[in-house]
Design a protein around this ligand. Sequence first.
Ligand code: ZN
Length: 234
Amino acid sequence: MNGHALLALQQLDSELDHLAALERRLAERAAFDVTQATHRAWKSERDQRSAEVQACLAKITEAEAEGAAIAKKRARLEAQLKTVIAPREAEALMHEIQRLQSDSETIDDAELEAMQQQADAEAATQVLDDREPTLLESINQARGLLDSALGQLLDDRTDLHRRRTMADAAITADERDLYAAMRARHDGMGVVHLQGRRCTGCHLDLSAMEADQVKNAPSDELPECPHCARLIVR
Ligand SMILES: [Zn+2]
């Protein structure tokens, strides 16, 4: 077993893992996400205002149609009133005309209210539209900063991958299998070394006797940490 080659591979993989975690936690990514969320909220409010304007327009169209129908009916009744002789019939017609007048006023009020709502919603829409360029600019700026931060990390990652390819080429198929199994079993770090008597995997100290056993193990063997069972390279 070429312990030093395995340890070199392990150190590169640990650096790559660290880099991946950095990429996920980038402040620039969080800032970019915030600008996008702000724009989504803006879009939702803009859609809502737009729907309000459409609903008002529909109400106004409906009121116009109802008003026209009432005016037509009223004109017909007024013409009829001129030809009626019987007072009771005339009274009934006048009563009906009054009722139509009252309906017409109610519809006019509703139409005016809808027009006011439409104007308010359009004004709010305008305020929102005025804000959008600033929001888009923030997104672009944040995206630029994120791309630049990722670009910096990408250079590091490319370099690490290049070195990893070389480190990987230096081990045998059996060593590769062992390494992969240990890495999987020990949360990404299967091969460690001793710092003094301390295991760099679990950070526990070996006793003086255990440390001696590690140091005196046959050169083709990789002893295990007595605490965490990771492979120790001397
Ligand atoms: Zn250990």
